[in-house]
Write a protein that binds this ligand. Structure first.
Ligand code: TYC
Length: 119
């Protein structure tokens, strides 16, 4: 787990008189830097009957920085299972990948579909 238990300062009831004389107020101090992990999104390719296999392999290499071998495996996974993951990204990066793939497929008049889903 991340984040630490906040420290409570001042007002110690064991102190003679039962406290610091400041009417039970306490200061909560943060013990760790305030960091929030961004939500992550899977970018998926969907199968269709018309987009050539070589085109899909090229797309996966070009936009997801995969080797030809890895891209071929992903393409075949999509071909056999209907859907497959090309990568996991923060929202804006995932959105950019989807747009790039969809624009590229449209340019070559292939019906290839690319979508993102929250992890
Ligand atoms: N099913 C396509 C064919 O047989 C190949 C293909 C694979 C298409 C993956 C889209 O995301 C895809 N030509």
């Amino acid at each position: 787990m991340r984040g630490g238990r906040p420290t409570v300062a001042a007002s110690d009831p064991r102190e003679p008189g039962g406290g610091d004389g400041r009417s039970g107020t306490a200061i909560i101090t943060r013990t760790k830097p305030k960091t929030k992990r961004p939500s992550l999104y899977r970018v998926l390719l969907l199968n269709d009957d018309y987009t050539p296999m070589e085109f899909v392999v090229h797309v996966v290499e070009k936009f997801f920085n995969k080797s030809q071998e890895a891209a071929y495996q992903i393409m075949m996974h999509v071909h056999h299972n209907g859907v497959g993951e090309c990568g996991i990204f923060t929202y804006e990066v995932a959105e950019t990948k989807v747009t790039q793939v969809m624009d590229f497929a449209r340019k070559y008049q292939h019906p290839l579909q690319c979508v993102m889903e929250k992890k």
